[in-house]
Design a protein around this ligand. Structure first.
Ligand code: PLP
Length: 427
């Protein structure tokens, strides 16, 4: 709040497609899909219509002893898309991860191995900020104040690939990360319920990419050591990496798949945990103590499920293919950033672009964000990593606007004296 004294939040009064409009009528390009949720931009007409139609039928009923058509259809559609036929719903990404972790530990308890109740995460992981999710989140900034409340997971290094292009070096980095995981599981599998990973891109870690081959090896190791694999696709699912799910690119099926954020196209909070028949069967019993007693008031909310169904309709295979084509065209527009002397480690997958800023000055992310906003682009670098995660409706003229705003903001941030961006004129 103190920081906002120098830069009050913009009041957004309209949002259409990739663009936001503030109360003074200025337009801002939402280049990060409002924290990665508005997949098809704002005000998407089909999603809006689906919510409006559902509003005329059932807005919400509790999912205990009752059910409704949108939640049944959504579960069936998600099974078709992922091969995982059982779904549990929550509202946020963190809550989806909590469900997966609880369900994994409870599975082992039901299987007669209650000592398998600890978790492993990758270094730099981010899985949300509720108490359980924070325990598997390896970001000191978010975690340290709450450390006494948390059951902190073991971490293993992710492949160190930033700036590595040589194929042999990539293989060596994968080997080294897999060896570390193998050693951890050899030692601790008897006490480990699950490994949780962000497949292909650890976004909050500053956009650490790893290739599908690593994920495939991780799956093998989890299977060999009898440890569940939880794929947290909250950020990277729903087409963001070019395929519907990120795990698909490695031909991997996790034991638990968590999706959220863009599941409703950014209209309503909904997340889902999808799992296998095997997990389902471990809970299928007359004994209530073996059941998964986890509920949220709004679980499977009918309006949110209707929005998710409309989002899945939009995100069909032709659309995913069109997105891949669009990503190639956008990548050409962003070419000057790949060659920019102050940017390096350019990386791109699907609808995600990231660069690291060389010799970034202190407070780069905040200052750059203000300069970008002043130039009509919503951007929030992570540390000294600049990234784009645009809505899938961004077109080339909007991408050119984004390029100009980024170049201008880079120059202003890197050239200016450290305090320039604190001036109210920029707010
Ligand atoms: C990979 C990942 N998992 C979980 C979360 C938490 O999701 P939510 O903010 O909806 O709780 C995020 C949010 O950025 C995320 O990137």
């Amino acid at each position: 709040m103190k920081r906002h004294e120098g830069s009050p939040p913009r009041v957004i009064v309209g949002a259409q497609g990739a663009w936001l409009t503030d109360e003074s009528g200025e337009r801002v390009l939402d280049a990060i899909s409002s924290w990665w949720v508005n997949l098809f931009g704002h005000g998407q007409p089909e999603i809006k219509a689906a919510i409006a139609a559902q509003l005329e039928r059932v807005e919400h009923v509790m999912l205990a002893g009752l059910t409704h058509e949108p939640v049944v259809r959504l579960s069936e559609r998600l099974r078709e898309r992922t091969g995982l036929g059982h779904a549990q719903y929550a509202s946020d990404g963190a809550c989806a991860n909590e469900i997966a972790l609880k369900m994994s530990a409870h599975y082992w308890r039901n299987a007669g191995r209650p000592q398998k109740n600890r978790f492993v995460a990758l270094a730099g992981s981010y899985h949300g900020e509720t108490v359980g999710a924070l325990g598997v989140t390896d970001v000191e900034l978010f975690r340290s104040s709450y450390a006494p409340l948390l059951r902190i997971a073991a971490t293993v290094p992710a492949p160190q690939l930033r700036g590595v292009t040589d194929e042999a070096a990539v293989q060596a980095a994968i080997e080294s990360a897999c060896d570390a995981l193998d050693r951890q599981l050899q030692r601790e599998a008897a006490h480990t319920a699950a490994l949780i990973v962000e497949p292909l891109v650890q976004c909050a870690a500053g956009f650490e990419f790893h290739p599908p081959a690593y994920l495939a090896r991780v799956r093998e190791l989890c299977t060999r050591h009898e440890v569940h694999l939880v794929a947290d696709e909250i950020a990277v699912g729903m087409g963001r990496t070019g395929s519907f799910g990120a795990c698909e690119q490695a031909g991997v099926r996790p034991d638990f798949l968590c999706i959220g954020k863009g599941l409703t196209g950014g209209f309503l909070p909904l997340s889902a945990v999808l799992t296998t028949d095997r997990v389902f069967e471990a809970f299928y019993d007359d004994d209530i103590a073996r059941a998964f007693l986890h509920s949220h008031s709004y679980t499977g909310n009918a309006l949110a499920c209707a929005a998710a169904l409309a989002t899945l309709d939009l995100l069909d295979e032709p659309r995913l293919a069109a997105n891949r084509e669009l990503a190639l065209r956008l990548d050409r527009v962003f070419e000057p950033l790949h060659r920019h002397p102050r940017l390096h480690n350019a990386r791109h997958i699907g609808m995600i672009w990231a660069w690291d800023v060389r010799d970034a000055p202190p407070d780069f992310a905040r200052r750059f964000g203000l300069h970008a906003l002043a130039r009509g682009a919503l951007l929030r670098p992570i540390g000294s990593t600049l990234y784009f995660m645009p809505p899938y409706v961004i077109d080339e003229p909007a991408a050119e606007h984004l390029l100009r705003a980024t170049l201008g903001a880079l120059q202003a941030t890197l050239d200016a004296a450290p305090d320039t961006a604190r001036e109210p004129a920029l707010a």
